[in-house]
Design a protein around this ligand. Structure first.
Ligand SMILES: Nc1ncnc2c1ncn2[C@@H]1O[C@H](COP(=O)(O)OP(=O)(O)OP(=O)(O)O)[C@@H](O)[C@H]1O
Ligand SMILES: [Mg+2]
Length: 253
């Protein structure tokens, strides 16, 4: 039995707009299972980022419940929510948001020092290990502006997982990358997931979605499709792509 670690019960999200209300999510039920790589797909404007923000405590749903470890994020105090985002969740975005005057090493390590759960020595050791795993060992003293977009994104992923988050959230992590860099970033996310990291990623990149073990389809603020997949392996990428393509076509993507 798969264990759910994050759930949404009938969440809705509306924004005030021009004196009226824009309804972006309506009564969405959602589960993220432990060790799963769930991807949410959908057209631009369908509400993918809005859903990710509501589930990760970056924003609040207008109605419904978001449950994590028995607590409802929707009515948590801001301070509690900030703590949760910092200690239990990791984030990767399309734009890497690295600190421009810190080296790649420092960008990762600082996140660990601020967390205060590990000693500086432990953080340094974890940072070294991660940078090596991400293939950034040789350029760890470079500034973000001195490395490629793919390298910046791999550094951002290292920063996101330095505190061993329970859930890694990613919003279009390959959106600003060329195909080569994108593949490297996806390989890394796949490796993290296959090592046990639970991931929720939103994307409209088909190649990125192929890494999922479960794909949900969002349309007009509702989940209208679900596809469960085996663990990703490069050998069966072609077959997997055909399967996902056929499913998306059936949803009139
Ligand atoms: N703060 C806000 N105020 C008003 N409308 C908003 C706000 N944030 C998002 N929206 C609207 O909600 C809709 C969904 O936005 P969202 O960013 O979740 O879409 P998305 O699926 O992530 O799109 P994309 O693939 O382009 O990133 C859009 O029409 C957007 O304009
Ligand atoms: Mg978005």
């Amino acid at each position: 039995m798969k264990k759910s670690i994050l759930s949404a019960r009938k969440i809705s999200k509306s924004f005030a707009h021009n004196g009226g209300q824009l309804h972006i999510l309506s009564h969405v039920d959602f589960e993220l299972y432990e060790r799963d790589f769930t991807v949410v797909m959908g057209a631009s404007g369908s509400g993918k980022s809005t859903l990710l923000y509501a589930l990760s405590g970056m924003d609040r749903a207008t109605a419904g419940q978001v449950l994590y470890e028995g607590r409802n994020l929707v009515d948590m105090k801001e301070k509690e929510l900030a703590r949760l985002r910092y200690h239990d969740f990791g984030f990767v975005f399309q734009q890497m948001h690295l600190i421009s005057n810190l080296s790649l090493y420092e960008n990762v390590a600082v996140s660990g020092y601020l967390n205060k759960e590990k000693s500086a020595n432990e953080v340094n050791k974890r940072t070294e290990e991660l940078l090596e795993k991400m293939g950034l060992d040789g350029i760890k003293s470079h500034l973000p502006s001195q490395v490629s977009g793919g390298e910046q994104q791999r550094c951002a992923i290292a920063r996101a997982v330095v505190n061993s988050p329970k859930v890694l959230f990613a919003d279009e992590p390959t959106g600003a990358l060329n195909r080569h860099n994108s593949t490297e970033v996806l390989n890394l996310l796949t490796e993290l997931n296959q090592g046990g990291q639970s991931i929720l990623m939103v994307t409209h990149d088909l190649k990125a979605a192929l890494r999922a073990t479960r794909i949900l389809y969002l349309e007009d603020g509702k989940i209208t499709g679900e596809l469960n997949l085996s663990e990703y392996s490069r050998q069966d990428e072609k077959g997997r792509e055909a399967q996902v393509n056929a499913w998306l076509t059936s949803l009139e993507w």
